[in-house]
Design a protein around this ligand. Sequence first.
Ligand code: HEC
Ligand code: HEC
Ligand code: HEC
Ligand code: HEC
Length: 457
Amino acid sequence: MGEGRTSRVIGALCAAAVLGIGALAMGAATAAPESSNRATHEGVASCAGSTCHSRQVDSGVNVRQNELITWQDPSSVAGAHSRAYRVVYEARGEAIARKMGLNADGVARQCLGCHSDPAAGGRGARFQSSDGVGCEACHGGSGAWLASHRTVTGTHADNISRGMRALENPKVRAGVCLDCHFGGSKPGQFVSHEIMAAGHPRVAFELDLFSSLQQHWDVDADYVKRKTYAGGVKTWAVGQAMALDRALTLYGTSGRGQGAFPELYFFDCHACHRQISDDPKARPQWQANPGRPIPAGTPPFNDENMIMLSAAAKVVAPALGARLDADSRAFHVALARDKAESVRAAAKLAATARALSDAFAARNFSRAETLAIVDAILQGEITRRYTDYAGSAQAVMAADTLLNAMANSGQVDRGAVSRMRPNLDRAYAQVRDPNNYRPDAFRASLTQVAQAARSLR
Ligand code: HEC
Ligand code: HEC
Ligand code: HEC
Ligand code: HEC
């Protein structure tokens, strides 16, 4: 993955997180399979050692073997998971806990489900919560494979059968990441509006982009032989579908809410967090959105993944795409009308998202299809749906991810993608600060990316 992509994106996202306290966005959702893992978590120390995963340099035969060094790199975003526990107890985390009136138990209950490895399958002697989001939080508890996976005969299939997670599979990976990068139904894995209101940064997520930002592996010849490689486009598409499924499933089943109100985490933050004016000359900030036909003044459900999915489905699964668009509109309308009806509509839309996730997982994306998806995201009908911050941020991440995936797989010239970087950066700048987000200016920046993308055809 190019350095340029990594550092720039993180700049954009981090600035958003820092500046956007009063307003942000939420992530997407998912799904059916939340990750579960019943084996004992032996702790990061069990993965360390110079003959295991903490070599100083990338010198392993099959795998790098310096994964731990990347995971705990203090100077980069790739080290974020090793810092996850600590940040809860530093100034910013403490301020959140203080505003919420949480004591130590409350912090453990409401924060550590995501800021540490919840280790639902139990903790071995070397496990420490303070290690943060350790290796097994993603790869699965190693109780049953720690010994066998370093033997010569330990194949990937053997590891999987003993409980290692098949993270090369985008559905499995999405299920794992979304538990923390959107939320789940397990204890301590939900950033409620109450936590947001106490100053928690927004939780933005895109599966392929965030995978590359914490990449501690190489997709090389032996990787492809041992595992399957889904590629960036499929990973992105499945990630979108799983995220939508997760949001709707949680919305429909969690019974969360704030008194008489539904849980506001699921809605577009800026729809509520706007300035009020009764000046007759004031231009309303609300814009009509053909994807969600609800009256002005109604809080809209965050539709960032619905928009991305619609673009992908239109190109590679048009019949399901039409169903997705109809189900999405029906869901928004139901939300503005009646709670029980909205829950039924959420379930129907979630089922369509799962069908899309299966359809994407079962196919590959050609160069022409990926270019058509990029086009569908950047211009035409769909841009009228970029009325809120979250969907717009998702559109820029998608363009970045898809163009990089094509460059990585040799489908387009890497130099041509690099030359588009200034255009992408200008679009990122439009979503840097949620409080300065302007739909019209954002769309204009996308048009420029679309024009530049034409050179790739
Ligand atoms: C659903 C999972 C989840 C829960 C629950 C959660 N967080 Fe977070 N938190 C995240 C994620 C993901 C990020 C990173 C957001 C990003 O940058 O994309 C984060 C970021 C943060 C940051 C900023 C870290 C930094 O590097 O600046 C702080 C501080 C924080 N969380 C504190 C808390 C506290 C305190 C609680 C409990 C009251 C809590 N979090 C609950 C997932 C969660
Ligand atoms: C945030 C989730 C996450 C954490 C934490 C994490 N990994 Fe990974 N790891 C992944 C993903 C995703 C992949 C790529 C998919 C795959 O090949 O399994 C991966 C791949 C790997 C690979 C496989 C490389 C290959 O060529 O097959 C190794 C080895 C590895 N990780 C070791 C570790 C170790 C050791 C730690 C802890 C120091 C760790 N990981 C922490 C998500 C994670
Ligand atoms: C157990 C919870 C958990 C899981 C599972 C998890 N993460 Fe995270 N992740 C976090 C938290 C918490 C943070 C914020 C840590 C901080 O900033 O200190 C974070 C931060 C990150 C960051 C840095 C973001 C930024 O803006 O700085 C990336 C990238 C990331 N995660 C990718 C992934 C991917 C990809 C997966 C799935 C393979 C994944 N994570 C799985 C909890 C988790
Ligand atoms: C349906 C309307 C609505 C939505 C949607 C909404 N909020 Fe709020 N938010 C409120 C209300 C009402 C308050 C309480 C204001 C008060 O007490 O003064 C609030 C308070 C806050 C505060 C504290 C502000 C302060 O100065 O005390 C923050 C921060 C916040 N919300 C962030 C978010 C984020 C992030 C999202 C999206 C994930 C979001 N809100 C979605 C209505 C909403």
